[in-house]
Design a protein around this ligand. Sequence first.
Ligand code: SF4
Length: 367
Amino acid sequence: MTSDLKQPATACADTAWQDDVRAGVRHVRDLERLPLSPAERAAAQAAAASHKVRVPKPYLDLVDWNDPNDPIRAQVIPSPDELIATEGELGDPIGDHQFSPVPRLTHRHADRVLLFPTYQCAVYCRFCFRKESLTSIGRGYTREALEPALAYIAGHEEIREVILTGGDPLSLPDKALEEIRARIEAIAHVRLLRIHTRVPVALPSRITAGLVAALQGRLLVTVVTHFNHPREITPDTEEACRTMRQAGFVLLNQSVLLKGVNDRVEVLEELCRELMYRLGVKPYYLHHGDLAPGMAHRRTTIAEGQALVAELRARLSGICNPTYVIDLPDGGGKVPLAASHIESREGGTWRIRGQDGKVREYREVVG
Ligand code: SF4
């Protein structure tokens, strides 16, 4: 078995990230050395029982410990609020298990699958909608564990896109990533490899020349990062994204709308602008908070989200605007949530509200 987050030493720059892992919080007992009050520490330790704790040093260094409501701290330090179960929350909020024909794979849409090479992460986010899987399955990568999933992909010619998710695929060693990439690209009908990861945000030193080389091959590679707050954008994350861009990877970002973290238009505006203009990462989705257990304190209402994205639309260029979506329970998939600009329709005449708030008539002219 290959142990996630460990790999043999090679060149110095390629292994600096291991020091960042070692110097961070790796276990709940490491919370002892953080500047938490005794009450906070006890609450954090109780909450950590239901979802693992891990924070690499670069992310830990972003926390403002003088601010109990710091948006970086809120994403990684367990809170006693996580212990409050609220009716309607779901262990599997988007129906991954329901659409899983074989272990480590979800096939919800005909042309693409989710593949879970590992259920371990470089950072454990308190809001994670897969935290039940990370706790109950919790296993790392083995070659054998992926056999049924790869055989399934090979047997379904309609699959064009394989999405590595988890867990965080970029928490795996280069050798494992290279092996996984090679096995996927050996399946002729697969055309695109997509990687969902929080590593460029929380452990940017892990984006090394060796890592990008391990992913380069026949397939177009799209990396979907997970920045939630503009303070996560640093010289190090900038360098990590530059390395991936220069390798020819397409970079997109998905954020989760989180109360007390990024539910102000100024925060989202700066985040989206800096993602696009500084990192070269296209803001792709803004997710409404999933019904993950213990996360009621971080969810906004849908109406609040709609108001935020309406304002964002007015402030940002189209290329900087993410699509506000909800991932529906029971495998209903992602659907857009932004309020419609269409007021009414009569035959071929539509009444549509413009960005200035005025409603105009638009008459369709077709040949
Ligand atoms: S890195 Fe992704 S999968 Fe892992 S805890 Fe964070 S959100 Fe969940």
